[in-house]
Design a protein around this ligand. Sequence first.
Ligand SMILES: [Zn+2]
Ligand SMILES: [Zn+2]
Length: 87
Amino acid sequence: MSTTLALARDTSALEQRIALIACGQRPGKTQPCDSCRRKGAGLLTIASTGAADAVAAAICGTGRGPACHDCKDKAAEIVRVFNEEAE
Ligand SMILES: [Zn+2]
Ligand SMILES: [Zn+2]
């Protein structure tokens, strides 16, 4: 039971971290906005496939490429964070 709880907590922490990257990180900002928070789970799922382009498109809001430079940077960071956490 405690294992399941820990796993759920870890996933939501990672989801929140990914949402914050998508929202735009800046000093002192610890929470993504509501809109980006809702995207967190979806971005996490896409990041798990390692497809940075698809993550970028999802952040950019078009759902398809090409994403802008800013969102590509965010996507690369999200995939990096995901792989880091997955190890
Ligand atoms: Zn946001
Ligand atoms: Zn964009």
